[in-house]
Design a protein around this ligand. Structure first.
Ligand SMILES: Cc1ncc(COP(=O)(O)O)c(C=O)c1O
Ligand SMILES: N[C@@H](CCCC[NH3+])C(=O)O
Length: 414
């Protein structure tokens, strides 16, 4: 494994691992997502270290970056996979995931998806409603299989993150509220083809301050005690994902040691519990950059300058959807003075921007820019809007790179 940093400048050249980013994309073309394998492994290593000897199964939340080559990096390190659809199940199995390490979340699992997951023999369904439980039981009965489930409870905890990405509050569609959950657990216990195995919760995404996990895990531990007192056996506590990354320099990485303590601490009296973690963003966001080429520079008479690029909201929707900040770097520094610009894409929407009023080194037509921290919720939230193709994806490993998703042709998207 090579040492951090994985994305850095060597004099004027932006590097990923041992390669110049410019050399890669001049061969492959733009727009392109580039990912550093070393960074993936380093982030996973940090999480593993924080949890030390605790019984934890890390399930890569593949919704953040579902390329099967990337899932395979984590699978090869012993991780399971957190999936939310039949499509993700397919990708996870193609990546070589052990079905016995796959957990399946999501509020709208269809009959077909449930059947496929039972056939694959996944570890556990994270059930999000009573009707879903009934449906799983019905399908399991017809298939004559016993299916392991956890109920996703909604602990009513404010994760204090962006309002669009909290999930554990009363107004969120996820999970079952704690009070109703007890009754549903009891019903599940009576179902012949259902094996009650765990509880599940996920309070939100992009948490930099881990304290809300403390409150949530106290609630979870109390809940498990109540269930056990009713002879409802709980082996797994699935904590979901949510650990964030600093997108801006004024923020710092979450305290992983504290996170691990907040998760495991309330369960000290239950050493038989296995924790399941579903990290996503923390594992992949910082490893990814989106490289784009400047197409045009346009000034208007109000003093505004637009830098128009060959990528936009159809490739990375986070700035448009959450007003999210992503750093934007020249791929090759030219030593020019900085000036204020809007960096905008080709889409016929005024929300199609990566940055507004941003100071960056002056760029010219044909220059390359790299949007950083783009490895999570990037390409997976992309679209073919305006019939543009998605960027290619490239995995960098020390001195070499591999195209893991080729450029789409018109025929692919027509
Ligand atoms: C159930 C569940 N697990 C895991 C994740 C991954 O979250 P994150 O990328 O914040 O780690 C999400 C997304 O928020 C989720 O909804
Ligand atoms: N898509 C969001 C995170 C949503 C989490 C999914 N449960 C983001 O880009 O930050």
């Amino acid at each position: 494994m090579i040492k951090a940093p994985y994305i850095y400048y060597d004099e004027q050249n932006l590097m990923m691992e041992n390669l110049k980013v410019e050399d890669i994309v001049r061969e492959t073309g733009t727009p392109a997502y580039l990912y550093s394998k070393g960074s993936f492994l380093n982030q996973l290593g940090q999480l593993k270290e924080a949890f030390g000897q605790s019984k934890v199964l890390f399930c890569y939340s593949m919704k953040v970056c579902h390329n099967r080559n990337i899932a395979k990096v984590f699978v090869d390190e012993g991780c399971g996979v957190d999936i939310v659809s039949g499509g993700e199940l397919y990708r996870a199995l193609k990546a070589g995931a052990d079905p016995k390490k796959i957990v399946y979340s999501g509020v709208a699992k269809t009959v077909k998806e449930i059947r496929e997951a039972i056939e694959a023999g996944i570890l556990m369904f994270n059930v999000e409603s009573e009707q879903e439980l009934l449906r799983i039981n019905e399908i399991a009965t017809a298939m004559d299989k016993t299916v392991s489930i956890a109920l996703r409870i909604n602990p009513g905890v404010d994760a204090k993150t962006h309002p669009y990405i909290t999930t554990g509050m009363k107004e969120n569609k996820f999970g079952i509220d704690c009070e109703m959950g007890i009754d549903i657990f009891q019903k599940a216990m009576k179902m012949k083809h259902i094996q009650v195995s765990g509880i599940d919760l996920h309070i939100g995404s992009q948490l930099l301050d881990v304290t809300p996990y403390g409150e949530a895990m106290q609630i979870a531990a109390e809940y498990v005690r109540t269930l056990r007192a009713m002879d409802i056996s709980i082996r797994y506590v699935d904590v979901g994902g949510g650990i964030g990354i600093p997108y801006t320099e004024d923020k710092s990485s979450p305290d992983l040691k504290k996170y691990a303590e907040l998760i495991t601490g309330p369960f000290k009296d239950m050493p038989d519990i296995t924790f399941i973690l579903e990290p996503g963003r923390f594992l992949t966001a910082q490893a990814g950059i989106l490289v784009t080429e400047v197409q045009y520079i346009k000034d208007n008479s109000y003093g505004k300058r637009f830098v128009i690029i060959d990528s936009g909201m159809h490739h990375l929707i986070r700035p448009c959807l959450y007003q999210a900040y992503h750093n934007i770097l020249p791929v090759t520094k030219k030593g020019k003075a900085e000036r204020e610009v809007d960096i905008v894409g080709p889409i016929c929407e005024s929300t199609d921007f990566f940055a507004k009023n941003r100071m960056i080194e002056e760029v010219a037509q044909g220059d390359l820019l790299a949007v950083t921290d783009a490895g999570a919720y990037g390409i997976v939230m992309g679209s073919h809007y305006n019939s543009h193709s998605l960027p290619m994806e490239i995995l960098v490993d020390r001195d070499s790179y591999k195209i893991i998703r080729r450029k789409e042709t018109y025929e692919d998207i027509a």
